[in-house]
Design a protein around this ligand. Structure first.
Ligand SMILES: NC(=O)c1ccc[n+]([C@@H]2O[C@H](COP(=O)([O-])OP(=O)(O)OC[C@H]3O[C@@H](n4cnc5c(N)ncnc54)[C@H](OP(=O)(O)O)[C@@H]3O)[C@@H](O)[C@H]2O)c1
Length: 331
């Protein structure tokens, strides 16, 4: 049995969901993959806790925050495994996640990240640090979470040139547009998504198209080997659309979607986020509600479409679990 230490950064919605999932799946990971994941410490803003020798269910973590060894020291003093990064970082500076991820790589830890901020802020920086140390930096949780967009692009399309990427990458905006197609106005559709716990109380990153742009950037850079930046993306969100656009689209047999697109023209790559109405012939027409989907157009394998994936903290947690199994399982 291979024992693997895990350090969890962030104890919010995704961090908690990850811990619950790990608690649920720990036995399975032992049996199926021969890996015994050990939770070495959990950190939040106010400090860390060490769960003890057993594997603590979520309800038992909480008392004694601040008593764990200081994060950089813990990284140096215990056998490196994987740092699970579930904090919220600023996409411009990448902090606080960037510094914490750099410290982890420096100390020999692999990383599985749900936080887009550090990856968007410095394209290639963490990837290069991981390469230098021969460590893995896995970002499924940050790129489209439960939709296995990156796995398909990087692994299943290896050797092919990706000519175009077109994705519905944000479940919240897709749900809002689906509701608007059924006649709800924007404000009511947003409130409904918030009431159902899908849209955040501050939905601005979703509705302005920024979240879609972050994911498109991460998928494009990983899949196409580029080091493009956030400033390279033209972005139009769904806030401020003409009120009846989605309903009109539906009446003419189409569906309004928010797309993240990568296209190539004369050797140059173009990235954009914008709404568009598509008909039933489009491979992503049937992606409704909180579902996501992506189509890769390739030079050798044709068009490959992946649809589905839960848009929730549990879906993000499942993507993190997949990544840590992938990092540590024997080939
Ligand atoms: N929610 C989703 O469905 C989803 C899906 C995919 C990806 N993501 C990404 O996953 C990340 C986490 O999302 P979330 O929804 O779980 O956010 P959240 O509920 O706001 O939780 C964020 C956590 O980060 C902790 N934190 C902030 N700064 C820290 C620092 N310097 N050191 C240690 N911990 C720190 C916070 O600490 P305190 O507890 O002390 O405040 C909190 O526990 C985000 O980057 C998000 O974009 C979220």
């Amino acid at each position: 049995m291979k024992e693997v230490n895990l350090v969890l950064l962030g104890y919010g919605r995704v961090g908690r969901a990850f811990l619950e999932l790990l608690h649920e799946k720990r036995g399975d990971c032992r049996e199926r993959y021969g890996i015994d994941f050990r939770l070495a410490a959990v950190y939040r803003r106010e400090g860390g806790v060490v769960p003890g020798t057993g594997f603590y269910p979520e309800s038992k973590i909480g008392a004694g925050w601040g008593t764990a060894m200081e994060y950089p020291r813990l990284l140096r003093e215990i056998m490196p495994g994987t740092v699970i990064q579930c904090i919220v970082s600023d996409p411009e500076s990448g902090q606080p996640g960037l510094g914490m991820m750099q410290a982890a790589l420096e100390a020999g830890w692999h990383i599985a990240a749900a936080d887009k901020g550090p990856l968007v802020a410095g394209p290639g920086v963490l990837e290069e640090a991981a390469r230098r140390k021969n460590l893995k930096l896995k970002i499924s949780g940050a790129s489209a979470a439960a939709l296995p967009a990156l796995d398909v692009a990087v692994r299943s399309l290896a050797g092919a040139t990706i000519l175009r990427i077109e994705g519905i990458l944000n479940g919240t905006t897709n749900l809002i547009l689906t509701s608007m197609g059924e006649g709800m106005d924007y404000t009511a559709a947003l409130r409904d998504a918030q009431r159902r716990g899908i849209a955040e109380s501050d939905p601005s990153r979703d509705v302005t198209g920024m979240d879609t742009a972050f994911k498109l950037l991460l998928i494009c850079n990983a899949a196409c080997g580029t080091e493009l930046s956030f400033s390279d993306i033209e972005i139009q969100g769904i806030d401020g659309l003409p009120p009846d656009l989605a309903e009109q689209a539906k009446k003419s047999g189409k569906a309004l979607k928010l797309f993240g697109r990568m296209t190539r023209a004369e050797g140059a790559i173009r990235l954009e986020v914008a709404p568009a109405a598509v008909g039933p012939e489009h491979p992503l027409f049937a992606v409704r509600g909180t579902e996501k989907g992506v189509t890769f157009t390739t030079d050798t394998m044709g068009d490959i479409t992946v649809i589905g994936g839960r848009s929730s903290p549990r879906g993000a947690a499942a993507a993190l679990l997949k990544d840590i199994i992938d990092i540590h399982k024997a080939d």
